[in-house]
Design a protein around this ligand. Structure first.
Ligand SMILES: *Cc1c(COP(=O)(O)O)cnc(C)c1O
Length: 423
């Protein structure tokens, strides 16, 4: 499929008059339509709930949109818990799927009543010591080890991942938790990331449902939810077939009816913790070409850099680029599209065939709605950009301002070493 920005060049030219590039722009209409479709795809399950993975797009305005569709918040740190709590997510609206968790974070999650998802069996003792008891509702994260395959395709490598408990540990953990007063159990696993296939969730569900049946039989635990977590991907590349969420929901339903229902477990709620799927395609990084350079390669320098979007530098990830207003032109030029960091991996694209780019052209870097702004950092003293929301009525709302030098220097406010700094 061809990839098109959700905004026109004309509209962008208006927006940049008010908000200088670079910025991340989010598409409210797309976010809402997608959230509605997800909810619909799992409506067969009475207790279904999506806990949006806050780390993907930790913006309060975005969380508030998702709240309209009944989403909870999946948090992994103190600040994510604080943000969610402040927005009115409370109690079972919050899933705390952290790992290597500090005691203070367990304490805070418990204080606001969030559901705690334990990453390791040793965290049972640690949690008990931190909060003084074991919560009645508790979840455990599973890692079966080995390689996760669909047919013959390797999806991911759980055996190499730091998350979750082994099969034996899951049984042991359930016994210990039960003897400490836990009453309602959840099972969680995240075995493959960014899967662009309708088969991942049903296959994962099968693994978890079979485990749930055994755990119930052998430990007597009441399984109240199974959390399929994140991992549903998006088509970053043109030509990739997007996931069909309706088919994914139906696939999970089939396995549910085959494995859980006959065991009298038809009351188990299905949870998801999607991040990328919820937001990825509905955000774009808007940046302007400010330089061209002709040396051993052809370079286009833009005013964004890896600080605004780290995925290409970090994972070599592909992000499609549209040169605004040149959509119909032949991709006749081979460019490296680069940022300004003193770091040669600061390239949004390498050897990418694009239309001829002139200084001043606006570039739309696709699919930055999840794990985009959020992964930003301040290397080279670069400041993080604004986030803007393109609303359903076509207007634009700033949902996070750009950082200023004052923000950058704020962590020296405990002393006067920079008191004479000129802003
Ligand atoms: C990152 C993460 C997610 C979301 O993953 P996506 O790839 O964005 O769907 C969900 N749950 C946990 C525990 C995570 O760490």
């Amino acid at each position: 499929m061809e990839k098109r920005p959700f905004v026109t060049k004309e509209r962008l030219e208006e927006i940049v008059k008010e908000y200088p590039t670079p910025f991340h722009l989010y598409d409210e209409k797309g976010i809402r339509e997608n959230a509605r479709k997800l909810k619909d795809a799992f409506s067969w399950n009475k207790g279904y709930r999506e806990y949006f993975a806050v780390k993907a797009t930790p913006n309060p305005f975005i969380l508030n949109i998702l709240k309209d569709y009944g989403c909870g918040a999946d948090c992994s740190s103190m600040t994510e818990l604080m943000m969610s709590d402040s927005l009115g997510f409370s109690g079972s609206d919050i899933m705390f799927s952290s790992n290597n968790t500090p005691a203070e974070e367990f304490q805070y999650a418990d204080k606001i009543g969030g559901i705690i998802n334990l990453d390791d069996i040793t965290h049972i003792e640690y949690l008990k010591k931190a909060i003084g008891h074991i919560p009645e509702t508790i979840s455990c994260r599973y890692n079966p080890g080995g390689i996760f395959k669909i047919s013959n395709d390797i999806m991911d490598n759980p055996g190499d991942s730091k998350y979750g408990m082994t099969t034996e540990q899951m049984f042991e953990a359930f016994r210990i938790l039960k003897s400490n007063g836990a009453k309602h159990f959840g099972i969680h696993a995240f075995l493959a990331s960014n899967t662009v296939t309708n088969e991942y969730y049903p296959l994962l569900a099968k693994v978890l449902f079979e485990l749930a049946v055994k755990l119930k039989k052998e430990t007597g635990a009441h399984i109240s939810f199974i959390n399929l977590s994140g991992g549903i991907g998006i088509p970053y590349r043109p030509g990739q077939e997007p996931n069909d969420i309706k088919a994914i929901g139906e696939g999970v339903r089939e396995v549910y009816e085959e494995i859980l229902v006959p065991e009298g477990m038809g009351d188990v709620a299905i949870y998801t913790e999607l991040g990328r799927f919820m937001l990825g395609p509905y955000g774009g990084l808007v940046t302007r070409a400010i330089h061209e350079k002709h040396t051993h390669k052809e370079y286009v320098g833009v005013d964004a850099c890896a600080v605004n979007l780290m995925r290409p530098a970090m994972y070599g990830a592909y992000h499609h680029i549209t040169v605004m207003g040149k959509e119909g032109e032949v991709c006749s030029h081979k460019y490296d599209v680069v940022g300004s960091l003193c770091e040669n991996n600061d390239k949004f694209a390498i050897d990418r065939m694009l239309p001829e780019i002139s200084r001043g052209d606006l570039l739309f870097i696709h699919d930055t709605g999840a794990h985009g702004y959020a992964m930003g950092y301040n290397y080279n003293g670069k400041l993080k950009s604004a986030e803007l929301l393109l609303k359903e009525d076509g207007s634009v709302q700033m949902i996070r301002r750009a950082e200023t030098p004052r923000d950058y220097f704020a962590t020296f406010d405990f002393c006067d070493v920079l008191k004479d700094i000129k802003y």
